[in-house]
Ligand binder design. Structure first.
Ligand SMILES: Nc1ncnc2c1ncn2[C@@H]1O[C@H](COP(=O)(O)OP(=O)(O)OP(=O)(O)O)[C@@H](O)[C@H]1O
Ligand SMILES: [Mg+2]
Length: 330
């Protein structure tokens, strides 16, 4: 990627500068020595500080926050986010999943809870929807009156919805909160990065296509400029087993995701094959199709979940906020 490409991705409020392949370094969020609160190497806007404090108090009983993102659309972010949430919950962890895709909130469908209704929590705020005994879900889809109608998201309305999703959901005590982001590097990822500076990190999703790889490079650059930790990268839709001869077919190529991870010093979490039956076989209602019992993709996905747990295990636990205006720092 050229420097020009990298600079084009610099979000409002984020520091500009060259991309950082191989740097491995993430500018930390937190307080500078005796100075004002900083994020991504810059003095923080007081409004962002306040938002951070509100979000921090809402998420104070959550041990780990994982953010699934990619610069590219349709690469499997929602599949990875929902699959990860389901598998972690099946491993006995208490998990919440937040669908932050304002224009295409698909998670209620992926998790078989499209008809559910959001209720008020007794402790204040909105109660997320139960998917299984260990998994709860919140999606903007629940706040839009008709799933077939489109919403014209004007700037302030969009920011209001993002804020509401981050501050008004009563998650309670969780081991993991998984956040599914829309593609790109605009308002939703920016708000999440600024509001949760102590997230355990980003899980990047790419396919082996070279266009997808380029867009994920931009995501890494974007995240690092904002001080986000890169937890790891998943190469999704990585090859396919021919249903007739069982030979491997590298439909979209193979291995570029791993190469990208190595170049940018991001842990490689694994490759997940295309499951040719994912679209036709709905599988269990509360499980994304790619986790179909016994499929090659499902087995590979389980190995990715193992790697995610391993990487999260290296992270210190999140700290409870000390007071309004003080961003959390690890
Ligand atoms: N490994 C896979 N094998 C087969 N189908 C898959 C696989 N991964 C994802 N899909 C399918 O590809 C489509 C796109 O996946 P998904 O919605 O997860 O992508 P996304 O990156 O979240 O898209 P968007 O950018 O629109 O949010 C879905 O229909 C999903 O079921
Ligand atoms: Mg999605």
């Amino acid at each position: 990627m050229s420097d020009t490409d990298a600079k084009k991705t610099a979000p409002d409020g984020a520091p500009s500068g060259p991309p950082s392949p191989g740097s491995g370094g993430n500018p930390p969020a937190g307080k500078g020595q005796g100075g004002p609160p900083m994020q991504g190497g810059r003095v923080m806007d007081p409004r962002i500080q306040q938002q951070q404090a509100l979000v921090a108090s809402r998420l104070k009983d959550i041990k780990h926050v994982l953010i699934v993102m990619s610069g590219k659309g349709g690469v499997g972010k929602s599949t990875v986010a929902s699959g990860l949430a389901v598998r972690l919950s099946e491993r006995g962890k208490k998990v919440g999943i937040l669908d932050m895709d304002l224009t295409g909130p698909d998670l209620p469908k992926f998790l078989g809870r499209a008809d559910a209704k959001v209720t008020n929590s007794e402790r204040g705020g909105m109660a997320p929807v139960k998917v299984n005994d260990n998994l709860v879900l919140m999606s903007l889809a629940y706040l839009i009156p008709d799933e077939k109608s489109s919403v014209v998201w004007r700037g302030p309305m969009k920011m209001g919805a993002i804020r509401q999703m981050l501050t008004d959901v009563d998650w309670g005590k969780l081991d993991y909160l998984v956040i599914d982001l829309p593609p790109g590097t605009s308002d939703e990822p920016l708000s999440v990065a600024q509001s949760i500076p102590d997230a355990d990190g980003c899980i990047l999703v790419t396919t082996p296509h070279s266009v997808s790889i380029l867009d994920v490079m931009k995501s890494i650059d974007f995240g690092r400029k904002l001080g986000m930790h890169m937890l790891g990268l998943v190469e999704n839709m990585s090859g396919l087993e021919c249903p007739h001869c069982h030979e491997g077919i590298d439909l979209f190529g193979k291995g570029l995701g791993k190469e990208l991870a190595e170049e940018f010093e991001v842990p490689f979490l694994g490759a997940v094959a295309i499951d040719p039956d994912a679209a036709s076989d709905g599988g269990r209602a509360s499980v994304p199709a790619v986790l179909r019992d016994g499929s090659k993709a499902a087995k590979e996905f389980d190995a990715v979940v193992d790697r995610v747990e391993e990487e999260v295990g290296k992270r210190p636990p999140r700290k409870a906020p000390k007071g309004l205006g003080l961003p959390m720092a690890r």
